[in-house]
Design a protein around this ligand. Sequence first.
Ligand code: GDP
Length: 534
Amino acid sequence: MLDTATNRPPLPPEIARRRTFAIISHPDAGKTTLTEKFLLYGGAIQMAGQVRAKGEARRTRSDFMKMEQDRGISVSASAMSFDFGPYRFNLVDTPGHSDFSEDTYRTLTAVDAAIMVIDGAKGVESQTQKLFEVCRMRDLPILTFCNKMDREARDTFEIIDEIQEMLAIHVTPASWPIGMGRDFLGCYDMLNNRLELMDRADRNKVAESIRIEGLDDPKLADHVPPHLLEKLREEVEMARELLPAIDPDEVAAGMMTPIWFGSAINSFGVKELMDGIAKYGPEPQPQSAEPRQIAPDEKNVTGFVFKVQANMDAKHRDRVAFLRMASGHFKRGMKLTHVRTKKPMAISSPVMFLASDRELAEEAWAGDIIGIPNHGQLRIGDTLTEGEALRVTGIPSFAPELLQTVRAGDPMKAKHLEKALMQFAEEGAAKVFKPGIGSGFIVGVVGPLQFEVLASRIELEYGLPVRFEASQFTSARWVTGPKAAMDKFVNANKQHIAHDHDGDVVFLTRLQWDIDRIERDYPDLTLTATKEMH
Ligand code: GDP
């Protein structure tokens, strides 16, 4: 029997019950609070304090650095798994600062949906918009949560219009708020014809939910005062006329987002949002790979690394590679093939971030995220299989937008610095280019805060004070092409040539004019601003 929505046979139940998603938002919109409430409903209450610690650590720049140094916290929050009714939710964390947008992009390659949290008073903010664009590049389904309705919020139609216009996506109301600010009572659940009433006295209580037969149900008047009821009826009637009804196919294609209104801090609207994730946040999706796509229900296990975190424990220099399972049923101890090096790897102590703490993952299914401790063999973009030479595609490395020269405070420690830099390059924390002429390294990042985090990590983890200095270059492009053309190009442009940590050729310049010139003079060569990680 085929699934009517996907036209594929239904997935095995263990896979079909998985929902793997990330939350995108502008700082302060309520991502941490919402995560906490997810865990509360997922029965992982112990976790709430940890998430809070992280949220508050993000308040100031120096605290943010401290958080980065406190690898333990950010790691256990990198991927969290919890059950919600019959579902298994895997929530993958995205970095909170726009300077780490490349990390965010790669994280979003590991999820099947994104929750967009916006502040009801502020609407679509700059970081929301940036992250949304990243989701759009992958056509990810997006569910929207409009938070802080217990405070003075904008008019509901205005919020919906703003999302539709700024993000060019259809918006369909899954719930409709009743009153706002001090008068906020709760929501009318437009998908299930229920009245959800917020309890202001107990912030962790699930809202009272009353079944009603549409907006003419006399029961409504028992709970909603006349002036709010009249407004609700009017607005919902208008919404039904002006806004599209929910279309699951459009949601799955990332062309329509359902919006729920609520207040994360009051636990209000959270359960309805979770029901929405269960219903619309799709099951594990096929993964693009070469030479063929990977389907989640294939018997053989495959997975790919989307994130690496190094030096979580300064004493051991261990690293954890985060693997998104793309297919099959993984069991602890399995021997998988590391496709890039063609070497077997026994995965004997994988970790999963269940409820309160790291745990050994005895098993994992397509859709799950596991952490694999290793000594540097696993890199971002790597694929693990049961032997087949598959390579997951679509995990890019972006050309950095800011370049600086880095030098060790102590020139005798140059080799040491090289080792540290290579490690951060492999972790994906920065681009490291070794110029063909001269000494030192050029480090490239997307946002300036990354330089600060790097400098502090190199000092903390390698005991090596470093200096970042302005570089003469501002842009980098990877260059590929036939050997003869490459040799000619490299010889004629020595001042501009560097190699990245994989040994690939990079052209550095400060002028777009230079890039245009190379493209014109060397028609056989390709200059790119992204490179697939493998
Ligand atoms: P993040 O930066 O997106 O992770 O945001 P947080 O979850 O840390 O929340 C930012 C601030 O907004 C904190 O002070 C929260 O207590 C507050 N907050 C979160 N949700 C709500 C809400 O529903 N109502 C109100 N009034 N405040 C909220």
